[in-house]
Design a protein around this ligand. Structure first.
Ligand code: HAM
Length: 418
């Protein structure tokens, strides 16, 4: 029986991990530069956490969750996203306090049962932030600029911020009424999904990609026309802030996002270098979720970057300047049992002294060991055979210059550290 990785998942192999490590390192560095601290939450949570926050009628909850019962019959779900778990953890551990800004970041795998395609997997990875405690539009601007800064550091350009305001609990009900009355006589000619959305969550109609539905959606009323004064001012301040930082943005009145918890600002960062799945980052404000989860009334903002899509862009543009796998500084080539024993001790000592080192455990010929050292791009090779043991010395070969010298076993490590 030959096993394969489950559909929609991918092994990240050693020749690719350096790209991943480089991206993760850049994300961490920038998150910390903006004063965010890392949080790690479990990969599964109580199912209700997601159904309540993301919304029963969203695609994620209605079609895409990996939900299972544990041995005690409790319903658990592999996290499809990280905002709800971070809110849960922040409330549970009292991280959210009055007059305090709580800035958290995360990097890790998420799970959605979607139809796999380029840029869309069932297990994928996100790097994101969540900030609690301020409704200041400057937080939104700082967050969007942080995401753009990460892409900038990774050498990714050709990006655009798609921006909208989805209103708040005060102004959205009025928009629902307008949307419903607009689509009332058209909905029968629209797709089945839209007909369902019309009943359950009319805002989601705007998200439909069906060309036939699009021609109706294009003429639908825009939410910007019914925003309450607070949401309107907030949106204008976000725009002014982005302009002052010279961040390229486009107001997209149809952007509603696939999760229901957003209030006011909603945004996506899209790349011109990807196909249909072109969003590399999505996020926005969610000022009511903390309270809905039993926490104090707390304004919040966050985003998540899709790392598979970032890897895709980096690979396609070769803008990745991260070094590939770290080459060992020292490779020890041995001939015979006694030499292998001495070599093993030297490799251990080298590692203890912080020198990356490796050796051959396959009992290959000296020539084959030299070839392995060359393939591994080792900087030095220490050769130990019978003759060398008799003399209590080894041959140290500099693989860059080709020069070699006889050296006492104890001296060899000294030479590499000096
Ligand atoms: P999201 O838009 O669902 O937002 O996901 C964020 C990003 O994750 C997307 O822009 C995309 O790059 C990536 N992504 C999503 N699904 C997949 C998939 N199946 N395969 C590969 N990449 C994918 C959220 O998850 C929110 N929690 C973001 C947020 C944080 N909002 C507030 N705080």
């Amino acid at each position: 029986m030959k096993y394969t990785a489950p559909r929609g998942t991918k092994d990240i192999l050693p020749d690719e991990t350096s790209v991943w490590q480089g991206i993760e390192k850049t994300c961490r560095k920038l998150f910390e530069l903006y004063n965010y601290s890392e949080i790690r939450t479990p990969v599964f949570e109580q199912t209700e956490l997601f159904t309540r926050s993301i919304g029963q009628t969203t695609d994620i909850v209605s079609k895409e969750m990996y939900t299972f019962l544990d041995r005690k019959g409790r319903s658990l779900t592999l996290r499809p996203e990280e905002t709800a778990p971070v809110v849960r953890a922040a409330i549970e551990n009292n991280l959210i306090q009055k007059d305090k800004l709580t800035k958290l970041y995360y990097i890790g795998p998420m799970f959605r049962y979607e139809r796999p395609q380029m840029g869309r997997q069932r297990q994928f990875h996100q790097a994101g932030i969540e900030v609690f405690g301020s409704d200041n539009p400057a937080i939104d601007v700082e967050g969007i600029s942080l995401a753009m800064q990460i892409f900038n550091r990774l050498g990714i350009s050709n990006l655009e911020v798609d921006l909208n305001s989805v209103g708040c609990n005060k102004c959205r009900p009025e928009y629902f009424i307008r949307i419903k009355s607009f689509f009332k006589d058209k909905i029968k000619s629209m797709c089945e999904d839209c007909q369902k959305r019309f009943e359950t969550n009319p805002l989601r109609i705007l998200d439909c990609k069906e060309p036939n539905c699009q021609k109706f959606i294009e003429k639908a009323p825009a939410i910007k026309d019914i925003l309450c004064p607070e949401c309107k001012t907030h949106f204008e301040k976000v725009i002014t802030g982005l302009e002052s930082l010279k961040i390229k943005y486009k107001v997209n009145n149809r952007l509603v996002r696939g999760l229901d918890y957003y209030t006011c600002t909603a945004f996506e960062i899209v790349s011109g270098q990807l196909g249909a799945q072109n969003a590399v980052c999505g996020g926005g404000r969610y000022d009511t979720l903390v309270e809905e989860f039993g926490g104090p009334k707390t304004a919040a903002f966050g985003f998540a970057i899709g790392l598979e899509r970032v890897v895709e862009i980096i690979k396609s543009t070769k803008s990745n300047n991260q070094p590939s796998k770290q080459a060992p500084s020292l490779y020890v080539a041995t001939m015979g049992d006694e030499a292998e024993k001495i070599g093993f001790e030297l490799v251990s000592k080298a590692r203890g002294a912080g020198i990356s080192a490796d050796m051959d455990y396959l009992r290959k010929s000296l020539k084959a060991q030299m070839k392995t050292a060359d393939n591994e791009k080792a900087k030095y090779v220490l050769i130990i055979g019978d003759d060398e043991i008799k003399k209590n010395k080894a041959i140290l070969k500099n693989m860059q210059t080709g020069g070699q010298e006889e050296i006492a076993f104890d001296e060899a490590l000294h030479r590499l550290t000096s």
